[in-house]
Design a protein around this ligand. Structure first.
Ligand SMILES: Nc1ncnc2c1ncn2[C@@H]1O[C@H](COP(=O)(O)OP(=O)(O)O)[C@@H](O)[C@H]1O
Ligand SMILES: [Mg+2]
Length: 364
């Protein structure tokens, strides 16, 4: 829906002359005006069309305005539809309250002041248009965030492979060349021998670095052996590289293989949570739990560091960065849940992902 797109306004009254007069008043708003002569007809129309504002007479034979409002409100699709009551008789506060309880948003009394009715309807029509636009933008954003995560995973995988295959191969060849100098018989140039030795050990170092960069970008074990092995490998490395003692518990022992996108998501979530432990928490210990239940996978990362602020725990935009936002997006893509909280001491990150049969890989 764009800014100019018309919205539907449903006018309900049992007297055709009144419908005509509302039509004359509202015509200049330039929206779509729909007429219904009874509550029943209005319901039919609501089920078929998306309506922004319902303008209706309180007293009608058959379904009266209050009853109709109540029926409209009970339908989840119409919970936000604006309902304006027109009442010819004086309504007491108790009557009005009864109307509000049934979903009215406003009242107009008879005789209708055209400018007032137009202004009220126009406000609700505009509100509806804006909320539709917001809904559309939100959907676009959701799709875009999801694509971004998928693209990031693919890019990491590609760079990891390039690093490992191309650059890694070049470095290994260069190392062999340096060593071939050393193996030349009777080579007496001491300077050259020393240089070849240095080059060879520099190459060793570079090969190591390229390999761990590549593996961290995308652990080959994740595709080959699954989440459990990849995690074990990653956590061992992390314990070695940092001063944090990381322990892991995976249940059951024969943790199943999951759909590749789910294995990647869980691995990245744990990796991101541990990167935060490493960078922000000041913890000495961290614990990773990964558990498969009948229809869900639960993983948690807990540290004994300084904990998080309320802003981070509530995912406030100014408090979280791309790390937690990314975790949250991954969880959303699987219709799961993520919770962050201070665990006195430290921080607990908990993620639950529903496990459908399609997400468990059956091994031949
Ligand atoms: N385990 C933790 N311990 C303490 N603070 C944390 C922890 N995890 C996250 N935080 C806080 O939450 C903030 C947002 O994290 P994140 O979204 O990953 O972005 P970034 O790591 O880039 O700052 C961090 O800057 C840090 O202040
Ligand atoms: Mg982070």
């Amino acid at each position: 829906m764009n800014e100019q797109e018309k919205v539907n306004i449903l006018m309900v009254d049992d007297q055709p002359s009144k419908l005509l007069s509302y039509e004359a008043i509202l015509d200049e708003l330039g929206e779509n005006l729909i007429k219904a002569n009874s509550g029943e007809e209005a319901l039919q129309c609501l089920l078929k069309t998306e309506v922004a504002v319902v303008l209706m007479d309180v007293s009608m034979p058959g379904l009266d305005g209050f009853e109709l409002a109540e029926m409209i409100r009970q339908h989840p699709r119409f919970q936000k539809t604006a309902i304006i009551f027109i009442s010819a008789v004086h309504l007491t506060d108790v009557d009005r309250l009864r109307g509000y309880e049934r979903g009215a948003v406003d009242y107009v009394s008879v005789p209708v002041v055209p400018e007032l009715l137009r202004a009220k309807v126009s406000v609700f029509a505009e509100l509806h248009r804006r909320s539709k636009q917001l809904e559309l933008l939100n959907n676009e954003l959701r799709v875009l965030s999801n694509r971004l995560i998928v693209a990031q995973d693919e890019e990491r995988r590609r760079i990891a492979r390039e690093l490992h295959d191309s650059l890694g191969q070049c470095l290994s060849t260069a190392k062999m060349l340096a060593e071939s100098i050393l193996m030349t018989p009777n080579h007496s140039n001491q300077l050259l021998r020393q240089a070849a030795t240095d080059i060879s050990s520099l190459m060793d170092h570079a090969i190591q670095q390229v390999r761990s960069m590549s593996y961290l970008l995308h652990p080959p074990l994740l595709d080959e052996a699954g989440l459990q092995s990849a995690l074990q490998w990653y956590l061992e490395g992390l314990s070695k590289r940092s001063s944090i003692d990381v322990s892991v518990d995976v249940q059951p022992d024969d943790f199943p293989r999951l759909a590749p996108e789910m294995e990647t998501a869980v691995f990245r979530i744990i990796q991101e949570a541990l990167t935060n432990v490493f960078r922000h928490s000041g913890a000495t210990k961290a614990r990773v739990n990964l558990m498969r239940e009948e229809d869900r996978v639960i993983c948690s990362v807990q540290d004994d560091g300084k904990g998080i602020t309320d802003g981070v725990a509530e995912f406030r935009p100014g408090s979280i960065g791309v790390g937690i936002a990314g975790m949250r997006q991954r969880v959303k893509d699987f219709e799961g849940e993520i919770r962050l909280r201070s665990a006195a001491p430290g921080t607990l990150v908990e993620v639950v992902l529903p496990l459908t049969p399609q997400r468990v890989r059956l091994l031949a």
